[in-house]
Unconditional design. Structure first.
Length: 330
């Protein structure tokens, strides 16, 4: 086993694994037993950064993570959030969950349909009172007396600069309940939050070949740690564009990529995410053992950033040319 790369999070003054475990499905798509096994596997592979939220896993992710981390709290880092709530799961839905998971194990193709049936979490307006009660609830579920990072979950532009919210966040840090504050959400809101006068020292944003958000946000002079996600949402369009344009596939072959189109696209999205955010933390959902192994192995053989960017631009151009709306505008 190789040593997992670490990165320094300036706001904490400590080094964490450069790959983080995204727990959005913990307790929802993935049940507690399988989820805990996956967290343990990741921990033993060197992953020290975990991302949860009160809304994740139909409201179960924090409690399951808390149980997992209870005997290793000093050697793991956790980011949780405030601002989204899980929707109320009916008793009938709760009873159906194990059945849905068992069906998913046998027929993985039904996942999009099952995801469509899951009640969506919803945004709640931020206030000083909500921040105070939400972090206390999170601390209880996470079985800890401090959170490494508290993120505003999909805040609005107004919320990130509001005086009462900023004071409440500063109070949380002063009280030792959270060590650092972050924004997790939309890139434009995140960029607003990078102003030196504001308390946000980490930014959690989507970043992938089709949403190269890091390129935009790195213009800020402020020392900020980027936590990125959203790699595999692009897999379908990427497979289509690689298959449609020979030059893109040849370029990937020249860079050493091998396998069928899906394998090549999966390797490319992981490499892109890791190479573009080499100083920050890249989140992946990795409940499957083979996904964890695959994503960690990519760290050891990353192609040069300029090569990845070149292919990424070609893929975006290919997709833009073939988008029906764009053709109408031409
Ligand atoms: N701030 C926000 O608003 C926000 C929004 C979205 C996500 N997030 C955070 O980011 C985390 C990651 O979310 P994401 O949307 O970016 O998910 P992702 O990492 O793109 O994973 C999505 C799916 O891809 C699968 N996968 C992982 N590695 C793979 C591989 N090597 N080959 C093929 N499939 C693979 C995962 O499977 P398995 O899990 O079954 O292994 C999962 O089903 C979330 O859990 C959450 O913590 C934050």
């Amino acid at each position: 086993m190789f040593a997992l790369k670490t990165v320094c999070v300036d706001a904490l003054g400590e080094s964490v694994s450069s790959i983080g475990f995204g727990c959005a499905s913990l307790g929802g798509r993935v049940g507690a037993r399988r989820g805990t096994e996956a967290l343990e596997r990741a921990y033993h592979a060197g992953i020290t950064w975990y991302d949860v939220a009160p809304s994740y896993g139909d409201g179960m992710a924090e409690s399951i993570w808390g149980q997992f981390a209870s005997k290793k709290r000093g050697s793991v880092y956790v980011c949780t959030k405030v601002g989204m709530r899980p929707s109320d799961t009916s008793a009938a839905m709760r009873l159906l969950k194990p059945l849905a998971r068992a069906s998913l194990a046998v027929f993985p193709g039904i996942q999009p349909r099952l995801s469509g049936m899951r009640p969506e979490p919803f945004k709640v307006p931020l206030s000083a009172e909500l921040i105070k009660t939400s972090i206390d609830d999170s601390l209880r579920r996470l079985r800890t007396d401090y959170i490494d990072v508290l993120a505003l979950h999909r805040p609005t532009r107004k919320e990130v600069v509001r005086e009462d919210i900023i004071r409440a966040l500063e109070r949380i840090v002063q009280d030792g309940k959270a060590r650092a504050i972050s924004i997790a959400g939309n890139i434009d809101v995140g960029i607003d939050g990078l102003d030196e006068s504001l308390p946000y020292r980490l930014l959690q944003i989507a970043n992938n070949p089709l949403e190269p958000n890091l390129q935009r946000s790195k213009k800020s002079a402020r020392s900020v740690t980027f936590v990125t996600y959203g790699s595999f949402s692009t897999l379908g369009p990427l497979v289509a564009s690689i298959g449609a344009k020979k030059e893109i596939l040849n370029g990937l072959y020249e860079m050493g990529y091998r396998g069928d189109l899906t394998e090549i696209a999966a390797a490319f999205v992981v490499d892109y995410a890791l190479a573009t955010n080499s100083a920050g933390v890249t989140l992946f959902s990795m409940f499957r053992k083979d996904h964890l192994g695959f994503n960690l192995r990519r760290l050891t053989r990353l192609p040069a950033l300029h090569q990845l960017n070149r292919i990424s631009v070609e893929i975006s151009n290919e997709l833009r040319q073939n988008r029906p709306d764009d053709r109408r505008l031409e």
